[in-house]
Structures are given as structure tokens and as C-alpha cells.
Design a protein around this ligand. Structure first.
Ligand SMILES: NC(=O)c1ccc[n+]([C@@H]2O[C@H](COP(=O)([O-])OP(=O)(O)OC[C@H]3O[C@@H](n4cnc5c(N)ncnc54)[C@H](O)[C@@H]3O)[C@@H](O)[C@H]2O)c1
Length: 275
């Protein structure tokens, strides 16, 4: 364990597996105290256990980011448990694909709610807490930098057939990021975005197509292995990324070295610059 983030309080949504879990482990390994959210209680607890086993500090916060009152609860867990809020990663999400003429309103709103409205609500709930902390710090003559990292996708940047709901929500994340970078600059908050390309997680598993129960719905996850192989051939680095590599990109926006970087979107896609 090194110590770049000692004393920091980090909140991460969807941290029970995949990229979110790797971000949680990475930030904890640098000394951050982590609030681990996931829909799935068992997975949130498993991430917390992993962090604690390696000497880190973490607490679970189980629930759907789309739930009424979730945002306030999430922020409250951080302030009650650890007395602050320094890093917030809006990561939770999944895909629910269809071409537009076969897409239901339910499918459309599920993606907008999870990928865009939930981050908006969490950030809105965090604002008064951050403002109060900043006021105190400024009165004491201190400048403490805070970090927001919103997770987007190459689908949001370039569009992707079959994902009009997800791509639209992930494109909205860019607007959310750029606007809050302007609103929150005076509070010393860096607001940035990481847009991932193909990262090997449950969403894109090599094991082929299966189903996952997400908020009571059977959602298709995984990619057909042949399609996956074709996709990987279009990536300049020749392969999808690991969750650890994805976490590395988010981590760059959480450390002091990026204190003067705000309103940016970083592509973490193995060199892919379009689809
Ligand atoms: N894997 C990729 O190739 C890829 C590419 C681009 C963007 N992304 C984005 O990265 C983020 C993480 O995806 P991943 O690949 O790690 O997926 P994953 O399925 O491996 O993990 C996502 C986690 O989020 C949780 N989650 C889903 N909906 C939730 C909700 N409503 N409330 C709380 N938790 C919820 C799930 O339970 C799961 O543990 C997502 O926002 C996704 O859109 C992933």
C-alpha cells in the first residue's frame, strides 16, 4: 500500500464487481476510506472484505442508485462513517440493448435513470456537504481538492448501433461533467469523465451471452465470442482491457497530480478513437 490518498473519503457506485470493484481496490490501496455501493449486497460485502483483508478501510452501502432517496443516503453514509467526501466515482451501470424500433419506454428510461439521472442526483446531494466542508477549509486558509469521476463509454462519444438508450445516457454524462466542472471549480472540485472502450467484465464477458437479474429484470449480458474477437481486432492494442487497467484511468483523475485538470473526458480504449 502506498499513500497518495490517505485521509480521503471515496464513494464508488457499482463497486461489487468489474471496473467499480477494481477502482475501489485501487483507491483503498492508496489509503482512501471507501464507501462501496452495489445493488447486490453479497458483492458489495465481498469488495469490502477484500479491501479489509489487505489492510484497507471500507464500508458497504447497498442499494440501487436509481432508488428514491438513495443519493442522500449514500452521501450520508460517507459523512457519518468517515466525516467527509473527497472522491466520488459514478460507475454503476449495465446495458439493455435493442434497435430503436424494438426499444420500449421501459428500456429507454432504465438507461437514462441509471447512467444519467442517478449521477445527477448523487452530485446534487453531495453539493451541500462539499460546500460546507469547503467553507470551513477556506476559513482555515486551506485549499483541498476534491475529485468527481463520471464513467462514460465510447458508445456515448461515437454512438453504437443497438444502444440508443445507453449511448444517449452516456453522452449526457459528458454534459454533466463539463457543466459541473464549471459550477464546482470555485469549490476546488475537479470534475472529469472516463469513457471506456472494451473492458472485460460481466458486461462483455468472453463466456458468451447469458442473463443477469438486475433490479428484477432479466438482462442479457456478455458478447458473442466471434463478435468479441472481431471487436478486439479493431483495437490498436489488439485486446480488450482488464478491470485493473480501467481502474488505472479513473485513478489518474483522483490523485494530486491531476489537480489542475477539470472538465475532461479521457478515453480508456486501448487506442480506439472511434467506432
Ligand atoms: N465493460 C465495458 O466494456 C464498459 C465499456 C464502457 C463503459 N462501461 C461502463 O463501466 C461501468 C461499469 O461497468 P462494468 O463493465 O464494470 O460492469 P459490471 O456488470 O461488471 O459491474 C457493474 C456493477 O454495477 C452494479 N449495478 C448495476 N446497476 C446498478 C444500480 N442501479 N445500482 C447500484 N449498482 C448497480 C452491478 O450490480 C455490478 O456489480 C458502467 O457504467 C458501464 O456502462 C463498461
Amino acid at each position: 500500500m502506498t499513500s497518495k490518498l490517505v485521509g480521503k473519503v471515496a464513494l464508488i457506485t457499482g463497486a461489487g464487481q468489474g471496473i467499480g470493484r477494481s477502482i475501489a481496490l485501487k483507491l483503498a490501496s492508496e489509503g482512501a476510506r471507501v464507501v462501496v455501493n452495489d445493488l447486490d449486497a453479497g458483492m458489495a460485502d465481498a469488495t469490502v472484505d477484500l479491501i479489509r483483508k489487505t489492510g484497507g478501510i471500507a464500508v458497504p452501502c447497498v442499494g440501487s442508485v436509481t432508488g428514491i432517496g438513495f443519493a442522500e443516503h449514500f452521501v450520508n453514509v460517507a459523512t457519518t462513517e468517515y466525516g467527509g467526501l473527497d472522491i466520488l466515482i459514478n460507475n454503476a451501470g449495465y446495458t439493455w440493448d435493442a434497435v430503436i424500433h424494438k426499444m420500449s419506454d421501459e428500456q429507454w428510461y432504465a438507461m437514462i435513470d441509471c447512467h444519467l439521472t442517478a449521477p445527477f442526483r448523487i452530485l446534487r446531494a453531495a453539493q451541500p456537504v462539499i460546500r460546507a466542508l469547503v467553507k470551513r477549509e477556506m476559513e482555515a486558509g486551506q485549499r483541498v481538492m476534491r475529485k468527481i469521476v463520471n464513467i462514460s463509454s465510447i458508445s456515448g462519444l461515437f454512438g453504437n448501433a443497438g444502444q440508443v438508450n445507453y449511448a444517449t445516457a452516456k453522452a449526457g454524462v459528458l454534459g454533466l461533467t463539463q457543466t459541473l466542472a464549471k459550477e464546482w471549480g470555485r469549490m476546488n472540485v475537479n470534475v472529469n469523465c472516463v469513457a471506456f472502450g472494451l473492458i472485460h467484465t460481466r458486461l462483455t464477458t468472453r463466456a458468451g451471452i447469458s442473463h443477469a437479474n438486475i433490479e428484477g429484470r432479466e438482462i442479457k449480458v456478455g458478447i458473442d465470442p466471434e463478435l468479441l474477437a472481431t471487436l478486439e481486432r479493431t483495437i490498436p492494442l489488439g485486446r480488450g482491457g482488464t478491470p485493473e487497467e480501467a481502474a488505472g484511468a479513473a485513478y489518474l483523475f483522483c490523485i494530486p497530480e491531476s489537480d489542475y485538470v477539470s472538465g475532461q473526458t479521457l478515453l480508456c480504449s486501448g487506442g480506439l478513437t472511434g467506432i
